[in-house]
Design a binder for this molecule. Structure first.
Ligand code: AMP
Ligand code: MN
Ligand code: MN
Length: 330
């Protein structure tokens, strides 16, 4: 399927862009890259971005200050884009989607069934920012746009490390850094660097983690009281689950933070055997094979018990399929 962004926006006076709640680097940068591109190519149109307040580390990305996080009443948009998300997961921006003349969903989540009028869903591509790159006219790239797309790509590929990185991703990365922004500093400051309290809460989560299923699974949780004590927000917890997954022998890492009396936001990461998109989808969430999330109700132990049943099933499924593959090839 080919999607012509400018053709779809021809004659549009008002264009809106949104992405998922708790926007991550890919989501923020895909939205701001599209915003920059449409504003540059369609100077007559009004283009607005609506996102929950992103982490301050993205303040250098062009358009950061234009992000609208209080979702005011707006007349209907002619075209409304949903990036890096389903239309059901855009929080306060959902009302713009409902009333828009035309809706376009650009995403790479395997769990996204596509509920917009035009759905461009490519689960084989590592980031929505890479999808936006593919859809824009390369002649219109400039240093700010290149920096924005690059930042989005590094966040969802773990700086070109995760299995969603392809030779094409690397080629795009190479072309983007040729625009001459300080990519070293960008990677350090937006991806690796933590504030002191972020490091402290990471340390605490690692220290209090529990392994089960013979060390193949690991879980850690942070409750609301601890978050209040350190004065941290959910976005300060990003990255903890990856550190749990990096532990030797771990097939599946679970990180949970309390969002209500009996409610947890759950992040799942897997190394190879567990399809966490399937596990998260079972509990009403979604994501990718190796990184997914959901919200669960119950006590910490209820959540872990429920998750572990599905994780174990997924490992068994992988192992029996692998046995079959080995038999066939021998
Ligand atoms: P997180 O663990 O929140 O970093 O999310 C991991 C991946 O799963 C990201 O690509 C998210 O966009 C996706 N994800 C997280 N929670 C949900 C959810 N409730 N529904 C669909 N996708 C989700
Ligand atoms: Mn995302
Ligand atoms: Mn993404």
């Amino acid at each position: 399927m080919r999607l012509d962004l400018l053709e779809e926006c021809r004659d549009a006076g008002r264009i809106g862009i949104s992405g998922h709640v708790r926007p991550d680097g890919d989501c923020v940068c895909a939205c701001l890259a599209l915003w920059q591109y449409l504003a540059k190519c369609l100077p007559e149109a009004s283009v607005k971005v609506f996102l929950e307040k992103p982490a301050d580390i993205f303040r250098e990305i062009k358009g950061f200050g234009e992000i609208n996080s209080d979702f005011p009443e707006e007349p209907p948009f002619d075209v409304f884009f949903v990036l890096d998300s389903t239309a059901e997961r855009i929080g306060g921006a959902g009302k713009y989607f409902e009333t828009a003349g035309k809706t376009i969903n650009i995403d790479h989540h395997v769990s996204n069934r596509g509920s917009a009028q035009i759905n461009y869903i490519m689960p084989q591509v590592g980031s929505t920012s890479e999808l936006v790159y593919d859809l824009l006219d390369p002649e219109m790239l400039d240093r700010e746009l290149a920096k924005t797309l690059y930042t989005g790509i590094i966040h969802d590929t773990g700086v070109f490390q995760y299995s969603c990185t392809t030779p094409a991703t690397m080629e795009k990365g190479a072309r983007l850094i040729s625009y001459g922004f300080d990519f070293h500093r960008l990677i350090l400051e937006t991806f690796y660097q933590r504030t002191y309290v972020q490091a402290q809460i990471l340390g605490r989560a690692l220290m209090e983690s529990i392994r089960f299923m013979d060390g193949r699974c690991i879980v850690s949780a942070v409750d609301s009281r601890t978050m209040e004590f350190y004065n941290v927000e959910p976005k300060d917890l990003d990255g903890i689950v990856n550190q749990l997954r990096n532990i030797a022998g771990v097939e599946c890492a679970i990180f949970m933070h309390q969002t209500g009396g009996q409610e947890y936001k759950v992040s799942l990461r897997s190394s190879e055997k567990v399809n966490v998109a399937e596990v998260a989808s079972y509990f009403g969430g979604g994501g990718h094979e190796r990184a997914a999330g959901c919200t669960m109700t119950g006590t910490f132990h209820d959540c872990v018990n429920n998750l572990s049943l599905h994780i174990e099933k997924s490992i068994k499924k992988w192992e029996s399929e692998n046995d079959k593959r080995n038999h066939c090839s021998s």
